[in-house]
Design a protein around this ligand. Sequence first.
Ligand code: LLP
Length: 413
Amino acid sequence: MDYFNYKNNQLFCEEVALSDLAEKYGTPAYVYSKKTLVRHLSAYSNSFEKLNNMICFSVKSLGNIAILNLLNSQGAGFDIVSGGELFRALKAGADPKKIIFSGVGKSSVEVAAGIKAGILSFNIESISEYERIKKIANEMQVSAPISIRFNPDIHAGGHDYISTGRKEDKFGIDSEEQVLELAQKINEDEYLIFKGLACHIGSQILSLDGFEKAAIKTLKLCDNLNNNGINVTLVDLGGGLGVPYKEEEPPSPKELIQTIEKVFIGRNEQIILEPGRSISANSGVLVTKIEYLKNKFIIADAAMNDLLRPALYQAHHSVMPVIKNKEASDMEYDLVGPICETGDYLAKNIKINAEEGDLLAVKTAGAYGFVMSSNYNARPRAPEILVDGSNHYLIRRRETLEDLIDLEEIPIA
Ligand code: LLP
C-alpha cells in the first residue's frame, strides 16, 4: 500500500504531481511519500498486542536525516551498522537508548562512538568483537551493553547475496555453547552489560516459516541462558519482511508480529524488530526522463549509479509513465541508463508507449535505492524530495559537478 496514484492520468505522490516535481527539481530524482512511511511504521507499532516491543527502523535501507527525523517523531528507534549511520541517527534527533548497533565488523572508532553515545545495545557477532568492546569499555571506564547475534542456520530470503541466517553465511555465532560461554563472560565483566540475543535471517522474505523457526530457536536459547543464571532482557529478531516488487504477496507486519507473539507469549523480554525495506521500499520512486529511444532500448537519464538493485541482483522494479496519455503499447523495451556497461539497466521487457522527453517513475525504490547510489561515471547523485500532502520538501539537493571533485586534490610536484 502506498500513496502513488493516478489522478486524471497524472501520477501523483500524495497531492503532488510528479511532473511538477520533475519540472522544479529536474530528473533523475527520488521522491518519497511521508504518509506511506508513517503508515508502514504504524503497521508495525500498532500490531503488538501483548509483548513489550520496540521498532528500530533499519537506517541502511533509507538514511536521509529528514526521513529518520520523521520516523523518530513517530516513535521509531533505529538499527544502525556503522559510525556513519550512528552519526545520521543522532543528527536526526534519535534517542541513543533506542539505537541498536548491528554489523559484523565494527571498528574501534565505531565501538567507542557507540559507547560514548550511550546506545541500547551492540549486537556482537564474534569473540574478537567481544574482546574489542571489553577493552574499549574498560579503557573508557564506561559500560557497554551487549547482545549476542547468533546464527540460527535458517535459509530464508530472496537473492543469495541477502540471505544471512545460514550456517555458511558470515553472520552471527553458530554454536550454542559459544553463545553461552560468551554470555557468561559478558555477564561477569565489570564494564559489560549483557542484554540479550539477536538474530536476523535475511531480507525480502516472503513467508512466515523462517521467522517462526528463528523465533522458536531464539526462545530456546533464552531459556538455556536463563537456566544458566544469565538474564535475557532483550530479544532482537531483526528485519527482513519482503515487499511486492511484482506480484509477490508477502505477509503483513501484523501477521509477522502475531507469529512472534504466539512464540513469546507470556514472556517479559523486550522484543525488537529491525524492519527496513517493508517500511521504506513502497514509500519512494525514482523519477527519470527518457533521453533517447533506440531500437528496443529506452535510454533514460537515471542509471545503475542511481538505482543499483536491477544491475546487482537482477531485481525487478515496475515502471509507470508519469503522464498516462497514450494508447497501451505492444512494444517491449529495456529501460537502460547512460552508463557505459551492458549491465546498466533499470527494467527489462517493459510494455510502455514511450516518447523521448517522457517521464517515468521506477517504483518501490525507497529502500536500498538512494543509499546504494554512487558517482560512477562521474554522475552527480540525484536529489531526494519528501512529499507531505500537498507540500514537498527538498531533503537532499542534487549534487553539483563541484561536489564531485570537492574532496580531491592535485599534488603540487
Ligand atoms: N537488520 C539487519 C541486521 C540487517 O542486516 C538488515 C538488512 C536489516 C535489519 C533490514 O532488513 P530489511 O527489513 O530491509 O529486509 N541491498 C539489499 C538488501 C540488503 C539487506 C541487508 N541487511 C537489497 O537491495 O535488496
